[in-house]
Design a protein around this ligand. Structure first.
Ligand SMILES: [Zn+2]
Length: 463
């Protein structure tokens, strides 16, 4: 499998088609639909026994219009700006308002600004994004800033870009694919700093802001599912997954096109090995990940009846950095079996296991169902600087590294599907709750507004 993964393969051509020809593929968009049709074909060519799509509905469709900021004073200057994902449009005719610097947008910052916030566009500073911890923090603070800005009567939010050199990107903060509460845009770091310097010098910055985003009602999207049937217990299965949707300023090559191409090529590698695993392997390309893991959530929900027979979900969602091992979402109970099963990976490099639970990609809903959920831990490599940005394009992908990851993904999925003894077992709701507490994921889900769905039994294992 290692030789097959590292030798000549359709991997590069597959990713070139997905990122260059199909391009950015927002959930529910025409490009998203083209990506799903392409993935069905590519998985078929890889040699899976069957492939189909599974539709689900997301709360709203979204695309950016012609976003524009004009500085009316103290002096006109160009502002590079893009819409936040799933941001509502500005009202008809746009917003003409003064800018107010609220620093980091903390509780204290808004208290200090007081009544002055009303009717303004607030400018929120950021620190440069470098590490995984920076990224977690960025998501953690944003929801709170939006609540405070709205409560204080701001008309819109300008987020200072976390990346230098005029780089723009976008993402969402709502947990359920809903439209954000306030119009918000990402402003190029250099332009935002210039605005902030005028304000610090006591000069009023007045802008005209137009952001005619297109928002629709509920739209359909589809997960793509290929399967290699096991020869002994075909009804038991391992999921190897990556998300097919992406943002659209770039072409979603690192996030997560490279891992879509990797999952497809892992199917080819397993098929061409001529060895059938004991259990089945499902190669699942989820959509709706960027709007709150909506595709994997829909998948877990639709397949509830067979989750007792699901061995594990193995998810890749961190670009092309070297795989250092897997995060097992707080579960130490199956570590001995996991180490045994993944022993063959030592031929590629050392593998380490971590036990935190971030719940920020397609593992979350499987973990909430009590199914072992593994997420590949990867070096940052060039992931952060290009994260959700206009620069997330094909030329950033290191194929030597990606081919190694194909081998790791293929061996991992095969080994878990073929292990004589199944990996761990499905946890009860009480056990899952304990893991949520121990890992701090409970607090995270509460702060991002996802806890109610778990409590009501809409999401995760039924009481
Ligand atoms: Zn991703």
């Amino acid at each position: 499998m290692i030789q097959s993964a590292e030798g000549p393969s359709p991997l590069e051509e597959n990713l070139r088609t997905l990122s260059d020809s199909i391009g950015g593929r927002i959930t529910g968009s025409p490009a998203g639909a083209r990506a799903a049709s392409w993935a069905v074909e590519a998985l078929g060519k890889a040699g899976v026994d069957s492939v189909h799509t599974e539709k689900f509905t997301i709360a709203a469709g979204w695309s950016e219009g012609r976003t524009r900021v004009e500085v009316l004073g103290p002096v006109p200057f160009p502002v590079r700006v893009t819409a936040g994902g799933w941001s509502p449009p500005t009202p008809e005719g746009g917003i003409t308002a003064n800018l107010l610097d609220v620093q980091a947008g903390s509780e204290a910052d808004f208290t200090r600004a007081g009544a002055a916030v009303k009717g303004t566009i607030v400018l929120v500073h950021s620190t440069p994004l470098v590490t995984w911890e920076d990224l977690d923090r960025e998501y953690d603070v944003q929801a709170g800033v939006i609540v405070r800005a709205r409560a204080a009567g701001a008309t819109a939010i300008f987020w200072m870009s976390t990346r230098p050199n005029l780089l723009l990107y976008r993402h969402t903060t709502t947990p359920d694919g809903g439209i954000e509460a306030l119009p918000q845009a990402i402003v190029a770091r250099e332009d935002a700093e210039r605005m902030a310097r005028f304000l610090a010098a006591g000069q009023k910055v007045r802008v005209h802001f137009e952001m005619p985003n297109h928002v629709s009602g509920p739209v359909e999207s589809e997960n793509v599912v290929g399967e290699i049937r096991g020869h002994e217990k075909p009804d038991e299965f391992v999921v190897l997954g990556a998300h097919l949707d992406s943002w659209d300023l770039g072409t979603g090559a690192l996030d997560n096109g490279c891992n879509v191409a990797m999952v497809i090529d892992a199917a080819r590698v397993i098929h061409q090995s001529g060895n059938l695993p004991r259990r089945s392997i499902r190669f699942v390309l989820f959509t709706g990940e960027e709007e709150g893991e909506l595709g994997s959530r829909a998948y877990a929900h639709a397949h509830r009846a067979e989750l007792d027979r699901m061995i594990a979900a193995v998810i890749f969602d961190s670009g092309v950095g070297r795989v250092t091992g897997f995060n097992v979402d707080g579960r130490k109970d199956y570590l001995p079996e996991l180490r045994d099963a993944l022993e063959p990976l030592k031929a590629i490099g050392p593998m380490d296991y971590t036990f935190d639970a971030a719940g920020d990609t397609d593992d979350l809903d499987f973990m909430l169902e009590g199914v072992p959920a593994l997420v590949a831990n990867q070096d940052v490599a060039n992931y952060m600087i290009n994260y959700h940005a206009a620069s997330d394009t094909f030329d950033k992908v290191d194929f030597t590294e990606l081919k190694k990851n194909v081998a790791i993904a293929a061996i991992t999925a095969y080994a878990l599907a073929d292990a004589p003894v199944r990996l761990g077992r499905r946890q009860s709701r009480a056990e899952i709750e304990q893991v949520l507490k121990d890992t701090g994921l409970e607090a995270t889900l509460k702060s991002e507004g996802s806890w109610a769905a778990w409590e009501k039994g809409e999401r995760g294992r039924q009481p």
